[in-house]
Design a protein around this ligand. Structure first.
Ligand SMILES: CC(=O)SCCNC(=O)CCNC(=O)[C@H](O)C(C)(C)COP(=O)(O)OP(=O)(O)OC[C@H]1O[C@@H](n2cnc3c(N)ncnc32)[C@H](O)[C@@H]1OP(=O)(O)O
Ligand SMILES: O=C([O-])CC(=O)C(=O)O
Length: 468
């Protein structure tokens, strides 16, 4: 299989070999993908040529008005979401991933770097591959000075997610994909610099996030600890924002980053990266656009909104209030016409298994389990589904991932909840960009679905309305 690799792939792979720590039995991510891609290209070719005209579903008028829920119209390799069971990454549930993916020395949680390798390849990395990949990513996480000065110049009052969008977009200055496209690269080679840019984008997202935190909340980045090249991305992020001594916080950041990576393709952030990437915008521009979508309160920003909701509840009914008082507070929010953040989902119809994994993390640590804010997360889980069911609007009254994540960050002392979605954003880069690599490897075209005016809909359904 290696024989079919392009010359561009070979040069990136050997550059990594010279620079990286390499053991006899390990493969680089570049070599691993170069082996797998032809196999999956052949599957794609067969599906299209032998089964291209088979029907996957139909589209109703309601779906056109209803945010395209349920329309099966996108290819997404790293994960598939089942409404009852939750997410599976290349066929594995979250507990199954926790079982097989390597952890950091001394850590209990799966490493995001191992999850990233797995999302890219569908193969569980060995411990050696994980260490090598981690070292490569940490090396790539060093920021060019123009990114540092761009971030340092932004007003501290600018929302951290807007700062993140700007920092990631500006990485496009050094895009290998953009440079090689300009130089006339062949379509068969697109995936190679897309992978290089994606690795850079994921790695540098972590250091952009730390710099935004220091600039926004700690008065600037001049005292930021240097990167520790033998440690993982999550440790370095935690250390650079001042939490490196907290074993619980570092392991939480690992779990948080591994869990939020991917949620199939239709969610706003992942879909945006795929859509923008389909115009052959490079991975930095594609992921910057995705972050702008993640910054919406119905999507990633909900995790900051959950904390705001819980703290408002503490202000109004005090700590450790009865379930009756909590139910009253939920009703008063609904009666104001507001949503209960962290509850409901566009696809899921059961409690989100990512919520369950974060709950388990909290429950397994007595100091977290005793925290009143975490206690309110549990109390809401016991009370909100019944209230939302009685309210009768939401199709899913159960918690999503955002219902628990902020309370854990808050427990460990990360109290600036405007920053929470940034930690979501470091994670989502790994899933969204894994698919962008596959988009280029499978030669997927520009995305351009058909839209319809109400007049055009009326015509298609036999013109039942006379006034459109
Ligand atoms: C990582 C993530 O992105 S997970 C999602 C994070 N977002 C949140 O937690 C915000 C709160 N939740 C919501 O707003 C929604 O449940 C969404 C955006 C996640 C899903 O939206 P939809 O697929 O449109 O949900 P659904 O079909 O159940 O909505 C039907 C109605 O129930 C309402 N509803 C849904 N969830 C809630 C909720 N948590 N609280 C109150 N009302 C809700 C909707 O606003 C909608 O009302 P409308 O008919 O007046 O417009
Ligand atoms: O799947 C969705 O629509 C939202 C979500 O939970 C995610 O993106 O993680």
């Amino acid at each position: 299989m290696l024989a079919v690799r392009s010359s561009v792939a070979r040069s990136f792979a050997s550059a990594t070999r010279v620079a990286g720590v390499r053991h006899a039995s390990t493969k680089t991510i570049q070599d691993t993908l170069a082996e797998i891609i032809p196999e999956r290209q052949a599957i794609a070719k067969e599906l299209r040529s032998q089964h291209g005209s088979k029907v996957l579903g139909e589209v109703t008028v309601e779906q056109v008005f209803g945010g395209m829920r349920g329309i099966k119209a996108m290819l997404w390799e790293p994960s598939v979401l089942d409404s009852e069971e939750g997410i599976r990454f290349w066929g594995r549930t979250i507990p199954e991933c926790q079982e097989v993916l390597p952890t950091a020395p001394g850590g209990k949680e799966m490493l995001p770097e191992a999850m990233f390798w797995y999302l890219l390849t569908g193969k569980v990395p060995t411990a050696e591959e994980t260490v090598q990949f981690q070292n490569e990513l940490v090396k790539r996480s060093v920021l060019p000075s123009h990114i540092e000065s761009t971030l340092d110049a932004l007003p501290k009052t600018l929302h951290p997610m807007t700062q993140f969008v700007i920092g990631v977009a500006a990485l496009n200055h050094d895009s290998k994909f953009a440079a090689q496209y300009k130089a006339g690269m062949k379509k068969a080679d697109y995936w190679v610099p897309t992978l290089e840019d994606s690795l850079d984008c994921v790695a540098k997202s972590f250091t952009i996030a730390s710099r935004i935190y220091r600039n926004t909340y700690l008065g600037g980045a001049k005292d930021m600890p240097a990167l520790q090249m033998d440690k993982d991305l999550s440790f370095n992020f935690a250390n650079q924002i001042g939490f490196g001594d907290s074993e619980g916080f570092v392991d939480l950041i690992r779990l948080y980053n591994a869990l939020h990576t991917d949620h199939e393709g239709g969610n706003v952030s992942a879909h945006t990266a795929h859509l923008v990437g389909s115009a052959l915008s490079d991975p930095f521009l594609s992921y910057s656009a995705a972050l702008a979508g993640l910054a919406g309160p119905l999507h990633g920003l909900a995790n900051q909104e959950v904390l705001r909701f819980i703290l408002d509840m503490v202000k109004e009914i005090g700590e450790g209030a009865s379930n009756e008082k909590i139910v009253e507070f939920i009703w008063s929010t609904l009666k104001k016409g507001q949503v209960i953040p962290g509850y409901g989902h566009a696809v899921l119809r059961k409690p989100d298994p990512r919520f369950m994994a974060l709950q388990q993390f909290g429950e397994s640590r007595p100091e977290v389990a005793a925290d009143p804010v975490f206690g309110y997360v549990n109390a809401l889980y016991k009370t909100a589904p019944a209230v939302l069911t009685e309210h009768g609007k939401t199709k899913n009254p159960f918690p999503n991932v955002d219902a628990a994540s902020g309370s854990l960050l808050y427990h460990y002392g990360l109290k600036n909840f405007d920053f929470y979605t940034v930690t979501f954003g470091t994670s989502r880069s790994m899933g969204a960009l894994s698919q962008v690599v596959w988009d280029r490897a499978l030669g997927l075209p520009l995305e351009r679905p058909k839209s319809l005016s109400m007049g055009a809909i009326n015509k298609l359904i036999g013109s039942p309305l006379s006034n459109v």
